[in-house]
Design a protein around this ligand. Structure first.
Ligand SMILES: NC(=O)c1ccc[n+]([C@@H]2O[C@H](COP(=O)([O-])OP(=O)(O)OC[C@H]3O[C@@H](n4cnc5c(N)ncnc54)[C@H](O)[C@@H]3O)[C@@H](O)[C@H]2O)c1
Length: 326
């Protein structure tokens, strides 16, 4: 029997390369764009798949119940909060994910956003335009800017991406407040860091960058209480997952000057609607959930997904099993 691989949704311009790779292996391959479709449509497309590859479609218990012989689900990406892990476990289906294709890129995006906040790069264009229009330099809207060296960066979650942010910024003369209660002593020693509790990190940081998985513990971890702990001159950077930040609370905090600004790559609704609360705020820098992207990363993940299917056909275990986080 031929192995059948079905893709529920994808972000590549096309999957011609995958089609050729799977044809060479004698694998049946189908792909769809079912991101906004009801569960029934997803079931119809995937019910006789051996392997389901999913990007953003929510894999619900109902969908899992509709599968006749699926043995493996591959989440195209790092976070796997769109998979119902309990339902998959009950059905004896192994979920896996690809956590090792874009850590460099996300760390670089977080650093770019931290720098953009600290140096007010985005709003400086308006200052230039207004000054050109009036014929006089007026830097007042850009003030204050502080030297990066000597400021404190809070890192919430020091796994693959958070630890890269730490390593890459270590030569900037920053102080670090790392909050990650699950980091082993061995890993802390390896990185040469101590960790602090959440409150110490929020209160003491000039920048807070989020790098935790989305879980019941981290959902709305940035809320009106934690925002109130932050310095009025501090910035929040989120390249992890949108629902970790209460976006209404953040918008309110940005309007009232509770914190100085925020830079956000991920949203609780994606893409965010035009009336999204952060869109109208000059002290919010926004990017379209593209922290992961580089030409290199985009190809790496495609190859790693085909490799995962090869391993499945060869009866080998997945490289990274998606496990429940708190
Ligand atoms: N924007 C993008 O394009 C993009 C791309 C890739 C990954 N991501 C997101 O980046 C995040 C980090 O990915 P990663 O590969 O570094 O994950 P990882 O699993 O390697 O690291 C996560 C770290 O968070 C820690 N953690 C868990 N719960 C915590 C808590 N309550 N408080 C503090 N720390 C906690 C864990 O101990 C771990 O060290 C994920 O949310 C992922 O979805 C976003």
């Amino acid at each position: 029997m031929k192995t059948k691989v079905v893709v529920t949704d994808y972000i590549e311009p096309d999957l011609n390369w995958e089609s050729e790779e799977f044809a060479r292996r004698g694998v049946d391959f189908e792909y769809h764009q079912l991101k906004f479709e009801p569960d029934e449509k997803v079931i119809e497309a995937t019910q006789d798949a051996d392997v389901v590859v999913v990007n953003m479609v929510k894999i619900t218990a109902k969908i899992v119940a509709g599968w006749k012989k699926t043995k493996l689900v591959i989440r195209h990406g790092v976070g796997y909060d769109n998979l119902d892990l309990d339902a998959l476990e009950k059905a004896g289906i192994a979920p896996c994910y690809v956590p090792d294709y874009c850590a460099e890129e996300v760390a670089e995006q977080a650093i770019a956003l931290i720098m953009a906040c600290g140096r007010r790069v985005v709003s400086s264009r308006k200052v230039l335009d207004d000054s050109s229009a009036s014929g006089i330099w007026d830097f007042a809207p850009m003030i204050p800017i502080f030297r990066m060296g000597g400021q404190t960066l809070g890192i919430l979650g020091c796994g693959r991406i958070g630890s890269l942010v730490y390593k890459k910024l270590s030569s900037f003369g920053l102080r670090f407040l790392v909050c990650d209660p699950y980091l082993t002593e061995e890993r802390k020693q390896e990185l040469g860091i101590e960790t602090v509790d959440k409150e110490t990190m929020f209160r003491g940081s000039d920048f807070v960058t989020i790098h935790t998985p989305l879980s019941s513990e981290t959902r709305h971890i940035v809320n009106s209480q934690t925002l109130a702990m932050m310095k009025p001159t501090a910035y929040l950077v989120n390249t992890a997952r949108g629902p970790m930040v209460d976006s209404e609370a953040l918008a309110g905090a940005l309007k009232r000057g509770v914190i100085a600004g925020a830079a956000i790559d991920v949203f609780d609704r994606e893409p965010p609607p035009l009336d999204y609360p952060l869109f109208s705020l000059p002290n919010a820098i926004l990017s379209p959930h593209l922290a992961w992207y580089s030409e290199d990363a985009a190809w790496t993940i495609r190859k790693l997904i085909v490799l995962e299917v090869d391993r499945f056909i060869a009866g080998q275990p997945s490289r990274y099993v998606a496990k429940k986080v708190n």
